[in-house]
Design a protein around this ligand. Structure first.
Ligand code: MSP
Length: 518
């Protein structure tokens, strides 16, 4: 039996600056997955938060003339605000500076230190470190930059570091990791990423430096004065803190750990599919089930950067267009797992075509005809009417295909199925032309009831994508709150009861103008 609980997380972002559109994308995609699982009737726990330790936070705060804590407090709140603005349904928001997380990180550390006669040992670290990536690099991974600078693959400058440090015996985990990837073929998605990681691990793993002594903004290493944990050790641990660790006997931990899915960007896949499972194995904890690495977003075709001035402010976009259309664009326009782009013109086209013209019009036209011709009371369907039954059956099939796509989180395919079903329903509506059936009101009513039912089914399935608009549509169709689960969209025998009084119809989606040139 598959368990009913489902635990999904985003990466936790560094609050060293304002959230950007890439952060918004990750939140929205993960939220749509969480909402879909709830729609399926699963008990979901969805965690997001901020990753507040590390040298990057310290240095940014110094530049801004703030204490590190002030910087963390200010910007962590901005990530919380972003989640609210985007209608993200997270069950908790973790900050790695919280007391619960200190206890959790120190406990996992102690367990790793105690494992296998000690997976943690003391030595000296000598090597390259990139503060922007908060990562160590081998010399052969670096390239030469201007002025004799050495650059990490991300383009960030690396600095030579030599310090006393604790190490984690990652080298001992090569075989166990390879076995994990083999036994759990869906551990890493998409598949290209899995192959990359397998060949990386096959090349051999080096032990990792997991403590720092040159600054103190971090979680103290137990019984090791002067050492704070390397930020990634505590960052990854957030996923278990969020469900109650170190209390691993708690109901919450037993219910939700191991996590079903960590959603992350492709730049941090090694941390999640090599380090994190090795830490967990070392600590004697079950390993998460799956990691999905999404692509990177550019802005109007270019990499976002402060110097290009093309960093898109997600708050401004949501203010202008509302959360639902922005969410929909991310989920439909960007192929899940691939890189994508935020472009205003593409956004306006996509939102107008799929939401306003396709979905919105179908709802508005059918509901306003029910209001006008039937006093807002749902007319009866005509049993045995071939065209009507066919279009309903097609809608159900499309929603079934959405569930198949969502089983492997193929968000853009699921969204495409939904829109295809709505296009088919629009075609049905145009062909049946209910406005020309004034002399056969029973037929007119049946067409409208059939169309309204498709809108109902589609709106149920659309909730994870455009939650506010979908809810509003379901309200306009007088669908009770307890009949908005996936099973109600898929049930061939469930319809809105004839005579149900509907509220006055209102448009649900706006149409947007392209910005005027010049
Ligand atoms: N703090 C680490 C993650 C720790 S998880 C235990 C981190 N933070 S981050 O703020 O740099 O990135 C947070 C998430 O946003 C990551 O999954 C990252 O891949 C993602 N993105 C950052 N820039 C992005 C884009 N331009 N586009 C899409 N996602 C991007 O890494």
């Amino acid at each position: 039996m598959t368990r009913n609980a489902y635990y999904v997380t985003t990466a936790i972002a560094y609050p060293n600056g304002e959230p950007h559109i890439g952060h918004a994308y990750e939140m929205v995609a993960t939220d749509a997955i969480a909402r879909w699982r709830r729609l399926e009737g699963r008990e979901v726990f969805f965690l997001t938060g901020t990753d507040e330790h590390g040298l990057k936070m310290v240095q940014t705060a110094q530049r801004e003339g703030l204490s590190t804590r002030e910087l963390a407090d200010r910007n962590s709140q901005r990530f919380r605000d972003l989640a609210a603005a985007l209608d993200i349904s997270n069950d908790d928001f973790i900050r790695t500076t919280e007391e619960r997380h200190f206890r959790s990180s120190q406990e996992i550390w102690n367990r790793m230190a105690a494992a296998n006669n000690g997976d943690i040992y003391q030595s000296t670290y000598k090597g390259w470190y990139s503060v922007r990536d908060e990562a160590y690099f081998d010399a052969d991974e670096l390239t030469d930059g201007e002025g004799g600078k050495k650059l990490a693959p991300s383009g960030a400058e690396v600095k030579w570091v030599e310090e006393d440090s604790y190490f984690f015996r990652l080298s001992a985990y090569q075989d166990r990791l390879l076995k994990l990837y083999e036994e759990q073929p869906d551990f890493i998605a998409p598949a290209e990423r899995r192959n990359e990681i397998i060949s990386f691990v096959k090349r051999g793993l080096q032990d990792v430096s997991i403590s720092r002594t040159t600054f103190d903004w971090g979680i103290p290493v137990p019984n090791a004065p002067g050492h704070v944990m390397y930020v990634w050790v505590d960052a990854l641990t957030n996923y278990i803190t969020g469900v109650g660790f170190p209390d691993d006997k708690s109901e919450q931990f037993k219910t939700f750990w191991p996590a079903d899915l960590h959603v992350i960007g492709k730049d941090i896949i090694r941390f999640h599919t090599v380090y994190w499972p090795a830490f967990l194995m070392s600590a004697g904890l079950p390993v998460q089930k799956r990691v999905f690495a999404h692509g990177f977003l550019t802005s109007e075709g270019k990499k976002m950067s402060k110097s290009l001035g093309n960093v898109v402010d997600p708050f401004a976009v949501v203010d202008e267009f509302g959360a639902d259309p922005v969410r929909y664009y991310f989920l439909r326009e960007i192929s899940w797992g691939q890189d994508g782009d935020w472009g205003r013109e593409k956004f306006v086209n996509r939102s107008n075509a799929d939401l306003a013209n396709n979905f919105g019009n179908l709802a508005q036209r059918s509901l306003s005809m029910i209001a006008k011709n039937f006093g807002g009371q749902m007319p009866p369907r005509q049993l045995g009417s071939g065209e009507d039954n066919k279009v309903i059956a097609e809608t159900i099939l499309a929603i079934e295909r959405m569930t198949v796509a969502m089983a492997t989180e193929q968000l853009h395919e699921a969204a495409a199925e939904l829109v295809a079903a709505l296009s088919a329903a629009n075609l049905y509506f145009a062909e049946q032309a209910p406005w020309g059936k004034k002399d056969d009101m029973a037929r007119m009513g049946a067409i409208l009831a059939t169309t309204a039912d498709i809108v109902r089914r589609a709106a149920i399935a659309a909730q994870p994508f455009v939650p506010t608009a979908a809810d509003k549509m379901l309200d306009l169709l007088a669908v009770p709150a307890d009949q908005r689960q996936l099973e109600h969209a898929l049930d061939p025998d469930l319809f809105i009861a004839p005579q149900t009084q509907l509220p006055p119809p209102e448009p649900v989606f706006r149409k947007f103008e392209q910005a005027k040139a010049g």
